[in-house]
Design a protein around this ligand. Sequence first.
Ligand SMILES: [Zn+2]
Length: 477
Amino acid sequence: MRRWSLAVSLGFLLACEPGGAPIPSSPAATTPAIVETALPVAAPAASPTESPALATGRAPAEAPDPETASVEQAGGQPARPNVLLITVDSVRADHVGTYGGPARTPTLDWLASQGVRFTNVYAQLPQTTPSHAAILTGQYASTSGVRIAHHDALPDGKPTLARAMQDAGYQTGGIYSWAGPVDGFDQGFQNYVNVATADADGRADLTTDAAIAWLTKAAAERDKPFFLWVHYRDPHYPYEPPAPFDTLYAPRCDGCVDGSLATLNRLHGGWRPTPAELARILAAYDGEISYSDHEVGRLLTQLTALGLEPTTLVVVTSDHGDAFGEHGEWFHGLGVYQETIHVPLVARLPGALPAGVAFDGVVQLIDVMPTVLDVVGLPPAPSAEGRSLVSALRSGGTTDGPAITEVSDGHYTAVVLGEWKLIRDNLSGQRALYHLPSDPGEQRNRAASDPGPAARLTAVLDQWDATRAAGTLWRAP
Ligand SMILES: [Zn+2]
């Protein structure tokens, strides 16, 4: 089977984008090599506590009439809404302030207060390139062909969200800040900039500057809507936020453990932090999240200044989370526990989406593409395996389908359905079942005590496996 053959690529995978120790059976196993380099960062221009609304001094926007939520074209025909898709790398949902986490995120708070906060969102593969491919194509990694980070690329001609938008007459721009080889993500973008140069990798301020420059230019063409994808890398390790975010959650301490590459390499070598040392690493991680939130706020402030905020669908999410030893894993890539696959997702378009709503149905990142197309009134992509969430949102309903996560080497597959989550070790056949509302830390395996849910979720994975073996698209039952 294909998934087993991928196991031989594991060494390469670890060297390129480290995840953590193999889990769940051997929490003491070693952490893979870390090869990335730390880069300097610049101080932000403003306070991290300012929301886009506060930064501009304007009152929070009121929801306009749906009829006005579109731009007038020169010929009098209403244009479709603009789309601003923002992905912030490596943000686990439970660390985001908007989700009750420790990292203050006033921008996301502001967006969620006027849009939809999805509480139950899952990445399809917890690594940067495969997960972004899933977002852009609406397909699982095992379908899109982008399964191994820094190795696989989207095949030429692959249907993507950018291509669909461009074909519909949108101006399309992509601002990406992840250093890597050709990944094919530029398909469908009229303008595509990778700001992850040798001295700019992880610089959210430069990412925002590039996005603002593109946005300002696109705004000049009022009769043509835009689709802009902006990727912020900063919360990805190493964790070295600029001032004042570096001391937002822990005081300065010379010689103490920090979130630098040196610390990460110590972890790789088997060192494990004390609770106090782990708290400092987490403080640096949370500082990166707040810094990125601040930069997203700066971008949204410009969106408002250009008069585009009422007619722009804003979507903010992350490609995966990060683990800090909870189940023996550090960082991301190999495990499928909540810390690396449960991500935030917030969407706002005044008048078109509900405001101030928490959506608790199970959602997958492959649902982003179908949902965006639906919101702006474009036909669904037949190639997408995700589903539009629009009807559930507008009806006040929910989703009843599963979320499925795979890993590059095929070792584990996870499925979330309703309140239950099942992790299957594809090598041993062992299963672990967790009841997420009562056990969000996934500590009590109930596979034996709750055979009904275990069988139900196993059946979903079996159906999903069958589509992988047949090379067909997954359609949720
Ligand atoms: Zn990532």
